[in-house]
Design a protein around this ligand. Structure first.
Ligand SMILES: Cc1cc2nc3c(=O)[nH]c(=O)nc-3n(C[C@H](O)[C@H](O)[C@H](O)COP(=O)(O)OP(=O)(O)OC[C@H]3O[C@@H](n4cnc5c(N)ncnc54)[C@H](O)[C@@H]3O)c2cc1C
Length: 555
């Protein structure tokens, strides 16, 4: 049988941040790289600016409802980077010293803000991340900044991976950027990987891994129908010496759980310690007269400034007053102005001061009448890593309910008192800022319908020093399964209090030399040292001394 099985050096599962970065470096270093991606591969002109079923809006998203936690992620070549808002802050220093639910430092000793900074530099260079100017802020961002200032707080423009010279302010970045202004991986790492010979196969959903007699891996996949993802167009197997798992924190642990029967016992932390990045949404209905009177701002005509339906531009301004390392854990968070998609947001927004669920009552109709004046504030707090995955579904990461986008998964999440403490503080803060002098009425998220909600799944297969509470060692290798590396958000140990893509990407860059060394040990002719995808090398300067200190073979 093995004579007919297809072979590659490095098999990468998933083409988001963790997958694309590893694929590029390994291909550029000379390895034969194959990337299997469960979602479709859309061209720029297929990114549609509407919310219709069957448009890119439903094709490239994956929304999985769990028990107490729902997760929204990307489902396409480029993964979450195609649908993300490109806010790319670095995690604050205190985050790396967090203790979380285990009562001692969660991160490996070798990772701190200082040691990660050179890898952040590489990402900054590769994705053209820059601190946005006030002139780049949306009206909604400016309004949030003015409200913070009025309440005696500070707010600042975010760092973003956006090429402002290409941005046409179409206000519709979420379902894919047509203009290549948003720095998705489809405009940098992935084309660079392809240029070095990597092969990317869309609509290939990995199910599980088995082992060959000589210690390599067989990766088993189904081919997914391009319109109805519940259907299969076939299946196959590829053999690889190294496997890089980067299917995202909602999918990587599920593949590993399903593989346990074939590979042997998985580390205890696989599928545990999931974090939703402590996320929480607040919807505020602005009183336009007060905004004009107190803040001196007028939105002008039309819906674009911040109406719930019209604005698809991502966050531009955040308040970081509570990102203060001297505060106790679970009381540190950022408050970011955000666009949130219509539909779900509308259903979930509660009526101010309601005593029970009032999703469809008279009061709900009243707040919907003010839809054009909704401002959403996104809180990123410190949760308690309380998510646990149950037994895996038959295929994929969830039981697919509809032909695209919707699934029911096996993740359960019971927020602890610590998590609620952070959420309640953040909610109270948003209320204090936006309700001052009657500027707005604030409605916090309700967990009643889909539980908590995250677009930033993390930590379900995390790195650390303690084998009991971490699935990966500090090189991102899966404990007890040499040659399997995890480089996506599941490797991040816990909530970051800011948007996570920058940290996921920096950790993936940091993992690459270790993956290269493991590949060399397995006889693959591969070298480390490729520049940023566009050829820049300045970000590398900071990284080389670290590598020398580590004395990695051959890098
Ligand atoms: C609407 C939205 C806005 C966001 N905005 C921001 C932002 O502004 N800033 C920020 O930092 N973060 C943002 N995020 C989050 C960010 O996109 C994620 O944190 C990031 O993409 C996670 O990277 P990853 O490598 O872990 O996984 P992903 O990028 O999710 O990549 C995983 C890939 O694996 C594929 N896959 C899954 N299962 C399988 C399988 N079995 N076989 C093969 N392939 C599989 C998926 O289709 C996906 O392409 C946003 C997310 C959303 C949904």
């Amino acid at each position: 049988m093995s004579a007919t099985i297809e072979k590659t050096d490095v098999l990468v599962i998933g083409s988001g941040f963790g997958g694309a970065i590893a694929a590029y470096h390994l291909a550029a270093g000379g390895a034969k790289v194959t990337v299997l991606e469960r979602g479709p591969w859309l061209k720029n002109d297929e990114f549609e600016h509407d919310y219709k079923l069957g448009s890119s809006y439903t094709r490239i998203f994956d929304f999985v409802v769990g028990d107490g936690m729902s997760v929204l992620g990307g489902n396409c070549v480029g993964g979450g980077s195609v649908v993300y808002f490109a806010a790319m802050p670095r995690a604050p220093e205190f985050v790396f010293d967090r203790h979380g639910s285990i009562g001692r430092r969660m991160w490996p000793t070798s990772v701190s803000r200082e040691t990660l900074d050179p890898w952040y530099d590489r990402i900054e260079e590769s994705l053209s991340v820059s601190r946005q100017e006030w002139s780049d802020a949306s009206y909604a961002g400016g309004l949030w900044a003015a409200a913070c200032d009025h309440a005696g707080r500070t707010a600042n423009p975010l760092a973003a991976a956006i090429d402002n010279s290409r941005c046409v302010n179409c206000n519709f970045m979420m379902a894919g950027c047509r203009f290549e202004a948003k720095q998705s991986l489809t405009v940098n790492y992935l084309p660079a990987a392809i240029a070095h010979g990597a092969e990317i196969r869309p609509l290939h959903e990995v199910q599980h891994l088995t082992r060959t007699p000589d210690g390599d891996y067989r990766v088993h996949y189904n081919i997914v129908h391009d319109e109805d993802y519940r259907l299969q167009n076939g299946s196959g197997v590829i053999e690889a010496k190294i496997v890089v798992m980067a299917a995202g924190a909602g999918a990587t642990p599920v593949i590993l759980q399903r593989s346990e029967a074939h590979l042997g016992t998985m580390p205890r932390a696989v599928g545990r310690y999931f974090s939703g990045n402590g996320e929480r949404l607040n919807t505020a209905v602005l009183n336009e007269d007060k905004v004009a009177e107190i803040l001196g701002l007028t939105r002008g005509g039309g819906d674009l400034p911040y109406g719930a339906n019209a604005i698809g531009k991502g966050p531009t301004v955040a308040s970081w007053d509570k990102l203060d390392g001297s505060l106790p854990e679970y009381s540190r968070y950022s408050l970011e102005q955000l666009y949130f998609p219509p539909g779900l947001g509308t259903i979930l927004a509660q009526v101010p001061d309601a005593t029970g669920p009032t999703w469809f009552g008279k009061e709900k109709k009243e707040i919907l009448r003010n839809w054009k004046s909704w401002l959403t504030i996104f809180c990123m707090t410190e949760d308690d890593n309380e998510g646990v995955f149950g037994p895996p579904p038959a295929t994929g990461n969830s039981h697919r309910i509809s032909q695209q986008m919707l699934g029911r998964g096996n993740l359960s999440y019971r927020p602890t008192e610590n998590t609620w403490h952070g959420w309640n503080q953040a909610d109270a803060d948003v209320k204090e800022i936006l309700e001052k002098d009657g500027l707005a009425k604030v409605m916090p998220w309700t967990n009643d319908l889909v539980g908590a909600y995250t677009v930033h799944p993390l930590a379900s297969c995390r790195m650390g020093d303690d084998p009991d509470t971490s699935a990966l060692d500090d090189t991102n290798e899966l404990r007890g399964h040499s040659g399997i590396f995890v480089t996506d958000g599941s490797a991040v140990p816990g909530a970051l209090t800011v948007n996570p893509a920058m940290t996921i990407a920096a950790l993936a860059e940091r993992a690459v030399p270790h993956i290269v060394a493991a590949a060399q040990d397995k006889g693959i002719a591969v070298a480390y040292g490729a520049p940023a995808p566009a050829g820049y090398k300045s970000g590398r300067k900071g990284v080389l001394p670290l590598l020398k200190r580590k004395q990695l073979a051959g890098v």
